[in-house]
Design a protein around this ligand. Structure first.
Ligand code: EPZ
Length: 429
């Protein structure tokens, strides 16, 4: 199993280019199932979850060509099966995004019910209730979700989500684009990834308005065509590198990003003493204020407020800030597992329910730690980069799911980080 070896205490300097957004590329790849024509997606990040999503499309019968590493040309002409297998879903719960398109275009879909993951139970009850409102018959059979449209085609409906759900909103948009009649989604998720998916679908001929707001209207059409689209930059990777610059007291240019997608993150980090300057539309310059970092409370909320996917990285930053900060996690029930690993490095953190109290600034010293989930892994890398001495992070496969060539990017900025494997190999004996 791979691990990272980091020798910390070196300020990061230089320019880093942000990759395409994993959480936009995943629904956009699923959306290619909605047409028999070729859909070309550019700026698809080269990360594990997208390799899994590509395999899912191919298992369903689609053809996926990659003329360039980050370009996927998908033709879902000969779809022979309508089932996302347990093997795939258990490795990546976002495979449930196949439900909406398969149900919409073929009137049937079978997807293994995703298990929970490290950060929470992560049910999909809201997705399924919405499909039923669109006329689908949904049943659970030995761990699989079966959904069929009795009349072969879903019917538009008024959907109100009791809770904001990102992939739930995406699944319903994809189900509704080929339904008969109009669908309105209320209390819809407002993430930039929703807007990006809608932009692709509109290029394919869908009739969608209101994406990015809490009310989305979709007028169903009879079929969709091929299209070409470039995935938006990853706002969470952007936030992660901004924090990296501040934690190592370096100076970074973060390029090919989209600052308006992470306004709440930028605003919060500026309050703590991170200097973030707009060099141009897609480039930020980041340094730490000479006065040092200040402890500021934060609560995670649905977009456009502070995202849960930046909570772990923010906690790492607060260990280096003077004073006490309280971090409140409102989206997932178990998303503080990075805290115990940060404590092993010397942080002073206490957890009570969905509140984490961080007392800083702590001197971090390298140690052996273990990654638990994607964003927790990122926070541990950031802490390792700031710590004195050597930090070893095990189970880094988590980070490979959502950060493209993370070691190469950090090394190009002067970090002393390398990937090592603890697999026994001929060379190791
Ligand atoms: C998406 O997950 C992201 N994943 C997550 O990013 C992100 O943390 C999350 O949105 C919140 O922003 C992708 O986009 C692939 P939700 P999703 O449905 O859609 C509850 C990462 O690090 N809920 O918005 O699964 C749920 O349990 C990942 O890249 C229900 O109760 O999240 C959670 O408490 C991690 N029933 C809350 O709603 C449902 O049917 C928000 O979940 C659906 C969700």
């Amino acid at each position: 199993m791979d691990k990272f070896l980091i020798r910390g205490g070196r300020p990061l300097r230089g320019r880093v280019e942000i990759s395409g957004a994993k959480n936009s590329a995943l629904p956009c790849l699923a959306a290619t199932l909605l047409t028999a024509e070729t859909v070309t997606l550019h700026n698809v990040p080269y990360v594990k979850d997208l390799i899994t999503q590509r395999r899912l499309l191919e298992d369903l019968g689609a053809t996926v060509l990659t003329p360039e590493l980050r370009t996927h040309k998908v033709t879902a002409k000969n779809i022979e099966t309508f089932e996302a297998s347990y093997e795939l879903v258990k490795t990546m719960r976002a495979s449930v995004l196949a439900l909406g398109p398969l149900l919409s275009r073929f009137g049937k879909a079978k997807v293994s019910l995703p298990g929970g993951c490290a950060i929470g139970t992560r049910p999909i009850d809201l997705h399924l209730k919405a499909f039923e409102k669109l006329g689908a018959v949904v049943s659970l059979e030995s761990g699989d979700v079966m959904a069929t449209a009795p009349k072969g085609r879903l019917q538009g409906a008024d959907i109100h989500f009791d809770k904001v759900t990102v992939t739930g909103t995406e699944n319903v948009i994809m189900a509704a684009v080929l339904a008969g009649g109009t669908t309105t989604i209320r209390n819809a998720a407002r993430e930039p990834e929703i807007e990006d998916l809608a932009a692709l679908l509109i290029k394919m001929g869908a009739k969608i308005s209101g994406a990015g707001t809490d009310t989305i209207r979709i007028d169903g059409v009879d079929e969709l065509n091929g299209a070409e689209h470039s995935i938006i930059p990853d706002r969470i990777e952007t936030g992660t590198f901004i924090v990296a610059a501040a934690m190592t007291d370096g100076e970074l240019e973060v390029a090919k990003c989209q600052p308006r997608h992470l306004e709440a993150v930028i605003e919060q980090l500026r309050k703590t003493g991170v200097n973030i300057e707009n060099l141009d539309e897609t480039t930020l310059k980041v340094t730490r204020d000479r006065a040092g970092l200040k402890s500021i409370d934060v609560t995670t909320e649905p977009h456009p407020l502070f995202p849960t996917d930046m909570q772990a990285q923010y906690m790492a930053l607060m260990t280096q800030a003077e004073g006490t900060s309280i971090i409140t996690e409102t989206i997932f029930e178990n998303r503080f597992m990075h805290a115990s690993e940060l404590i092993r490095l010397g942080a002073d953190i206490s957890i009570s329910g969905n509140h984490a109290t961080v007392r800083g600034a702590s001197k971090l010293t390298g140690a052996r730690i273990i990654a638990s989930d994607l964003r927790a892994s990122a926070s541990l890398v950031l802490a390792g980069l700031a710590a004195d001495g050597e930090t070893t992070i095990d189970r880094v496969y988590h980070i490979d799911r959502g950060y493209e060539t993370i070691v190469r990017k950090f090394r190009s900025l002067g970090a002393d980080i390398e990937r090592a494997s603890d697999q026994l190999t001929d060379e190791s004996v």
